[in-house]
Ligand binder design. Sequence first.
Ligand SMILES: *Cc1c(COP(=O)(O)O)cnc(C)c1O
Length: 217
Amino acid sequence: MSLETIRQAITKACQKAGRAEQDVTLVAVSKVQPNARVAAILDQGHRVFGENKVQEAAGKWPAFRETYGDIDLHLIGPLQTNKARQAMELAQAIHTLDRPKLATTIARLAQQLGQCPDLFVQVNTGQEDQKAGCLPADADTFIKDALALDLPVRGLMCIPPVDEEASLHFALLAKIAARNGLKGLSMGMSSDFEVAIAFGATHVRVGSAIFGERSYE
Ligand SMILES: *Cc1c(COP(=O)(O)O)cnc(C)c1O
C-alpha cells in the first residue's frame, strides 16, 4: 500500500464512524525501515512518525529534522527509566507510560527540562505476561497518580493480543479512557486501524502498510 491509500482508508473510516478526519492522527511507524523509505514518506509531506527504540530514533531523526524541519516524533515502545531523559528530549509524545517508577522519573525530569512530551498510559488490555502496560484493574489508580504528578497524560494506548478480536480491546481501552476523562486513544495498527477508528482511536500507529514489511537483518 502507500501513504495515500492509508490516508484514503482513514478518511473513509472516519466518514463511516461519523467522526472528523482531523481528530485522527496517522503515526507512520518507521522503526527498522531503511532511511530511503522514510525519506520517501517525508518527501510526500508527512511529518508524524513513530519509533519503538530510543536509540534507533536518536540515530535517525536529528538528521531528518535538519533536512525536513519540524517532525512530530512519537515513541511507542517500552521505555527504560534510564532512557527517559533522552526520550523526552527527542520526542513530542511517549505512548508507553506504564509504571509508577517511570511516572516519577518523567515528572522529575520534566521539572529539570522545563518541558514534557504528551503522554499516553499503556494498558495491557490482554493481560499478557510478555507485554508492557499496566493491568486494566490498576489503570484508574495509575492514571490518577500520574495526573497528580502534573504529568500531561493525554490518553491511553494498547496493543491487542494477536490472536484475539481487536475490537474488544479497543472498546475496553475507550471505556477506561472515558471514565478517567481522557480524550486520546492510541490504538490500531496496519491490520486493524479502521476498526480502531470505529472505536474512537485518535492516534493510529501504522507501519508496514505504509513502508512495506520490516526486514530484521
Ligand atoms: C511496530 C509497531 C506498530 C506498527 O505495526 P504495523 O503492523 O507494522 O503497522 C504499531 N504499534 C507498535 C507499538 C509497534 O511496535
